[in-house]
Design a protein around this ligand. Structure first.
Ligand SMILES: Cc1cc2nc3c(=O)[nH]c(=O)nc-3n(C[C@H](O)[C@H](O)[C@H](O)COP(=O)(O)OP(=O)(O)OC[C@H]3O[C@@H](n4cnc5c(N)ncnc54)[C@H](O)[C@@H]3O)c2cc1C
Length: 301
């Protein structure tokens, strides 16, 4: 069967695009491998009406509502390749199956590459965090740290004191300009230039970090910037134009439209700002733009 729209990626962005498209009565297929970026966190915060709900439960509720639409289908598995064909696209699955679509929406998400410091990766999403708006409140106001892997950490360092007394651990080679240092000083951020070498604490808990000179600094959470990469080769296979963001490359979009006709993108893979609500909103936009493209195609065929 040829679908009107195939959406690859079934989390905040892809589910939101699917909801818009399913409600247009078009035939929609959502392909999802089931590895959303926030799967390491017990709860998702800040998403209106779902604050504190487990990410898997938000996905379950969204899918339950989507399956009420008879023109919606879910295909669990990984899409490994996508190719333009006359009148649309073919998407190949890892198990050898193929599906066809008139338009494609890519909601692929991103994968995080974390700083290789002992004790850091195993606490990701628990006490090692990427965003204070998502998990800062739950730290409880105790001492917190930020690992400054680039000068961009100055911005996050300047906002963190609202969530607790902040120490910035500066990685070798990272420097800040005078204005950044003045803001950090005004916000009473303590700057530590001795290298952070290990995170210490029972299980997921974080009690302190150990520095290269043997000192320990008490902190209850550490903010760290990951490098991100789009979680699938589909975007590059289709030759989509990319843009450089502060953490890595993302798909260039305008109102959900990519540089290639008939291909739409949303969520973390298409934005330098990473947040569930923003991903969901951009999924709505991509879904609406994809619907518009389906109508336009039918006008001239
Ligand atoms: C640890 C952590 C905690 C977070 N907590 C919060 C929070 O509390 N609140 C908040 O607002 N934001 C939070 N975020 C940010 C939030 O998770 C992301 O902004 C959001 O998940 C982006 O949604 P998305 O749909 O773009 O991508 P994702 O949620 O990453 O989903 C992408 C989906 O596409 C699938 N996929 C990718 N490629 C393919 C393929 N080729 N075939 C099939 N399926 C594919 C993946 O398996 C995945 O299911 C957190 C991020 C992290 C890292």
């Amino acid at each position: 069967m040829k679908y009107d729209a195939v959406i690859v990626g079934g989390s905040f962005a892809g589910l939101s695009a699917a909801m818009q498209l399913a409600r247009t009565r078009r035939h929609v297929l959502l392909i999802d491998a089931g590895y959303p970026r926030n799967r390491f966190a017990e709860a998702s915060h800040g998403f209106l009406g779902q604050d504190g709900v487990a990410p898997s439960e938000i996905r379950r509720r969204a899918l339950e509502q989507l399956t009420n639409y008879p023109n919606f289908q879910l295909l669990e598995g990984e899409a490994t390749d996508a190719e333009r064909r006359p009148g649309g696209f073919t998407v190949g699955m890892a198990d050898g199956r193929f599906v066809e679509a008139q338009v494609l929406v890519l909601a692929l998400g991103v994968a995080d590459t974390l700083p290789p410091i002992p004790g850091l990766a195993e606490r990701w999403g628990r006490t090692v965090l990427h965003c204070p708006y998502c998990h800062g409140y739950e730290i409880g106001g105790g001492p917190i740290g930020i690992l400054a892997s680039s000068p961009l950490a100055a911005h996050q360092g300047s906002i963190l004191p609202d969530w607790g007394r902040t120490t910035m651990f500066v990685e070798p080679g990272v420097t800040f300009d005078e204005e950044q240092l003045a803001v950090l000083a005004a916000r009473r951020v303590m700057i530590e230039t001795e290298r952070l070498v290990e995170l210490i604490g029972e299980g997921d808990r974080l009690e302190a970090v150990r520095l290269a000179d043997g000192r320990f600094v008490e902190i209850h959470a550490l903010f760290a910037q990951s490098r991100v990469s789009i979680a699938s080769p589909l975007a590059s296979q289709l030759g989509l134009e990319m843009e450089e963001g502060p953490q890595g490359m993302h798909i260039k979009v305008q109102m959900g439209c990519t540089s290639k006709q008939g291909v739409f993108a949303a969520g973390d893979a298409a934005s330098p700002m990473h947040n569930a609500t923003l991903a969901s909103a951009s999924g709505v936009m991509a879904g609406i733009s994809a619907h518009r493209a389906l109508i336009e195609a039918s006008l001239w065929s």
